[in-house]
Each structure stands twice: as C-alpha cells, then as structure tokens.
Design a binder for this molecule. Structure first.
Ligand code: NAP
Length: 514
C-alpha cells in the first residue's frame, strides 16, 4: 500500500519520514478476527505466564532505548526529560499489572457455599469471579504518546485481563506507535503467543476508528481524547446490533476553589503552584486547571495580580500538533469575546506559529457571568484559565452546582475554611472523580486508590477509572458458577484455594482453603 500520511514535527512544521498508510477495511477485519481467534489462548494462560508477558513487554519497550524517546520528541515536541519520565511511568504501570496478576486476588473471587438443609428452600453452591470480555479496541491519546498510547494503561490493563488488543494509532505520532507496537509484537513472539493478541492499525480520518468500533468481534473500547471524538464513538457503539461499552476519558475544566483563609496565609505560593500546574506540558493535560473561583476580597485580588504577572512571564512553547493548537487559539478567542470577560494577563512574548507555539493566557470575570455563558464552561485544552470572582459562599456553591461532570476539583483551604465550606465539598463530591485539598490536579499518581474518571462528560462511565490498578475492571465481567463440580471450576474458585488468593468465602475475606 502507498503511504498516505506522515507525522509532522510541531517544532519545525516539517513532515517526518517515513509515510504510513491508512488501514483498509480488509486489514481491520483481519486484525479483529485474529484477536478473536487468539482470545482463548490469552485468557487461558496461567497467571504467571500472563505476568511474564507484561514484564516482557516492559523489557522490550526499555530495549528500544533512546530511539523511542527521540522519535516521540520529533513527533510531539515534548521535551526529552518529560518523555523519559513518561516512559518510566508507562513501564512501571505495566510491571504493576504484572505484580497484580501474580498476586491473583484482583479477580474478586466470591464463594457462597451450599446449605442443602436450609428451609424453606436449600441454598445452592454459587461462586463468582471476574472474567475477560474479549477483543478490546484502544484509541491512544495524543498528549501521552508513551503512557496512554500503544503501550499505555489501556493496552496493558486489557492484555493483563486476558483480552487481545487492537490499537488505533494516534495519527500525530505514528512512528512512536510503530516502535511501541513492534516491542509488544516481539514480546508475544518470544513467549510463543499468537500475533493476533495485539495489532496496530493506522488511520487519519474517522473511518478507520468507526470501523474498529463497529466490528462484531470488538467487545469494548478504551478512548482518551476530545469530547467530540469520545461521544461520536459512544454513539457508534450504542447503534451496533449488540451495543458494547466505550470507556472514554474526555477531559474536563478541573475547577480550583481558593478559600479566604488559605489566600490570607499563602496567596503567592498558591499562585505560583497554580501557574506551574496550568502551564505544565503546555497545558495539554486532561487535569489542567481551567477554572478558578474565589471570593471578592483584596487577597483574591492579590492572587489574581500574581497569576497575571506569572502568565506574562511565561514563554510560548510548542503544542503537540497543529489541530490542538488551532483548537486552543479559537478557544481563547471565544472566551475573550464573551461580554464581561477581560484578559487578566498573557505571555508577553509572541508565539511562533511555525513552531506550533501557544501562549499562556488568563481571563477574569464574575461567577454571575459564568453562570449565564455556556462558552465559559467548555474545556479549552492548553495553558489557559478563567478566574471567577464570587460575592459569597453561596455564589461559590452555585458555581459548583452548575458544573458538568469533572475529572477533578481542587480546594485550597485552611481547617477553618473547610469547616465553613462543608456544603461546597458535598456539592463537588457529586461532580467529580477526584477531590484534592491543598494540591494541584496535574501529576496523576498511578496507584490502587486512584480514580481517573468522573461523571459525564468527563468520562463515559463514572464508575470506571482509566488510570491505576482498577482500570483492569473495564475489561472483565463477573461470571457466576452454580453447582459446579470442583474439577470444572477455575483454580481461583476451587475449595483448596491452590493460588492462595484473597477470596470472600461466606461473606468473610480469607486466604484459607475451604
Ligand atoms: P481526538 O481528536 O479526540 O482524537 C483521538 C483519537 O480518536 C484519534 O485517533 C482520532 O483519530 C480518533 N477519533 C476522533 N474522533 C473520532 C470519530 N468521530 N470517529 C472515529 N475516530 C475518532 O483527540 P486529539 O487529536 O488528541 O486532540 C484533539 C482535542 O482533544 C484537543 O484539542 C483536546 O481538546 C482534546 N484532548 C483531550 C484529552 C484528554 O485527556 N481527555 C487528551 C488529548 C486531547 P482520527 O482523527 O483518525 O479519527
């Protein structure tokens, strides 16, 4: 096939060799059929074998050495230091899943033993555990080319669960995707596993993505990107004859509340931390703080001034690709056009469009204006934020109440502030996936207590996280086994507990055999 597209270096606006070709419908079909055929083999692996596969994938990615980082740098403009850290995160999260598989308790085994003598009806023996669902289609994110892309949390959690994966490469970093895809293919080959367990598909329009979601073999979809893209894929999935889940993480505005006591104590420190969080990665994080609310007093005025001066000092930097940069610029114009909104501060240095550069820009308005202007609640992906002033505690609560689903909300507060604003916390708890006190929303810890998701439109299913150990739960479903003989039960559910995992037996958590 003739190459039909190439990546573009955002820092030079030059196209990069080689070219890549869009997958044909026959290639999409072949990838998903191969995934379906390899499902039994992948799900049938012993836990140690599947853990070894993940470890081997991590080794192969590390084995790509600096070549991977250099290609990712050329395609995304992200600095080498950031990419080195991101590779560390990706490799560590893969090894974390290998450890979870070795431990084995993640399958949430439950056993309710039979009570044949129970009156008026005997109770049957029922046992339940989580089982993999089948081929998963993954849409990688443009802003995490290593940790939420081909070898990201979606792929490793799905394969860890026992599901074959077909990845739709992000068209902005196809070369990085190819390198990562080869590493995964090598790991499969070394362990003698079928190539159908993992495939990489390229495409630049919506056609390829749509066909992947529509394919009858696809059982679930994982997506990180825009609300428009995520919603379109949810709609495609729900129109299938057998609708399937789309686990979409679609970003949010991540409101920050700065309460009076905290401002009095440390407004400068909060302003510095806030601008660092706002401009980290050129604002291209789904956890970027796009809205800030405080009360109308002199301390919030000082805070706003400090933020404005830091924004003025911030030097423009390259965004990931021209599409994101154009969306960001038009978002800035849209906010500036709202009556009652003023520009509080923006980078004094002009951006260089040939380097796909973005400025930092902060706006100021009242909560009242925000409540009447839908345009202000839309996420503007990049280093920009709107600072909102409210009259009193009630207006902060009204603002919180007006918010759509968010990934995070942050509160800067003293203990007294928290006591005085209990209601605000109660409201925010209904709106977000993660509440942060005296911290910043960017910098996402990969751990078992992390919930990276939230009510729609932050995510498609508020129950599920796309980062952290629980992300594996997106790719499994519970199966109950009633009246099964020991010989037919999975090892996890056998009386003697041969894998020595934690199980809930007759409502007691235990590792003991029965
Ligand atoms: P995107 O436009 O949502 O694209 C993400 C992936 O989904 C790409 O592979 C894209 O491929 C595919 N896709 C998008 N719309 C589709 C559709 N209707 N049907 C089928 N496939 C579709 O995200 P992006 O390119 O990374 O950035 C664009 C905007 O997304 C940003 O400006 C920002 O607002 C937002 N974003 C959010 C996050 C987040 O963390 N939630 C991360 C990055 C970006 P094709 O283009 O080939 O179809």
């Amino acid at each position: 096939m003739e190459p039909s597209f190439s990546a573009k270096n955002p820092q030079t606006s030059k196209f990069l060799e080689p070219g890549y070709s869009e997958a044909s419908m026959a290639e999409i079909d072949a990838a998903l059929k191969a995934a379906e055929e390899s499902f039994d083999i992948l799900r049938g692996l012993q836990r140690e074998e599947r853990a070894r596969l993940l470890d081997s994938m991590a080794d192969e990615v590390m084995g790509l050495g600096d070549g991977l980082l250099e290609r990712a740098h050329l395609e995304t403009g992200l600095p080498m230091g950031r990419l080195t850290m991101e590779r560390g995160r990706a490799v560590n999260q893969c090894r974390m899943f290998a450890d979870i598989l070795r431990d084995g308790s993640w399958v949430d085994a439950r056993i309710d033993q039979a009570q044949p003598q129970r009156e008026p009806v005997p109770k049957p023996d029922i046992r339940k555990m989580l089982r993999p669902i089948g081929p998963v289609v993954v849409f990688g994110a443009s802003n995490f080319p290593l940790a939420i892309s081909v070898f990201g949390s979606d792929t490793v959690s799905a394969m860890g669960a026992g599901c074959p994966v077909v990845v739709k490469a992000h068209p902005a970093h196809p070369g990085t995707c190819e390198l990562l895809g080869e590493a995964i293919r090598r790991a499969l080959e070394k362990l003698g596993l079928p190539g159908g367990c993992f495939s990489l598909i390229h495409g630049t329009g919506n056609t390829v993505g749509k066909a992947l979601v529509e394919h009858p073999a696809t059982q679930a979809v994982a997506f990180t990107g825009s609300l428009k893209g995520g919603r379109a894929l949810m709609d495609v999935a729900s129109k299938r004859q057998n609708p399937i889940p789309v686990y979409a993480e679609m970003g949010s505005s991540n409101p920050v509340f700065i309460l009076p006591g905290a401002l009095k104590d440390r407004y400068e420190q909060i302003a510095e931390g806030f601008v660092q969080s706002l401009t980290l990665g050129v604002g291209q994080f789904c956890t970027n703080p796009g809205l800030v609310a405080g009360l109308d007093n002199s301390e919030f005025g000082d805070f706003r001034e400090k933020v404005a001066s830091l924004a003025r000092e911030w030097s423009p930097a390259s965004m990931l690709h021209s599409g994101i940069s154009q969306n960001y610029s038009s978002g800035l114009s849209k906010i500036a056009a709202v009556s009652g909104v003023e520009v509080l501060g923006k980078s004094e240095q002009a951006p260089d469009p040939s380097k796909t550069e973005a400025i930092c820009q902060v706006f100021s308005t009242t909560i009242e204006t925000f409540l009447n202007e839908a345009a202000l609640s839309e996420e503007n992906f990049g280093p920009s934020s709107v600072l909102l002033t409210g009259k009193d505690a009630e207006s902060l609560e009204k603002f919180a109440e007006s918010l759509e689903g968010q990934l995070t909300a942050t509160i800067h507060a003293t203990d007294d502030d928290l006591t005085a604003h209990r209601r605000l916390i109660q409201i925010l708890e209904r709106k977000v996936g993660r509440l942060i006190i005296n911290g910043y929303p960017t910098g996402l810890e990969v751990c078992s207590a992390m919930h990276h998701g939230g009510p729609y439109p932050a995510a498609s299913h508020s129950f599920f996280t796309s980062v952290g150990t629980d992300s594996i739960l997106r790719f499994v479903r519970p199966v109950s086994y009633q009246g099964f003989p020991q010989s037919l039960l999975p090892d996890e559910l056998k009386d003697e507990n041969p894998l020595s995992i934690w199980r809930t037996v007759d409502n007691q958590l235990t590792r003991d055999p029965i």
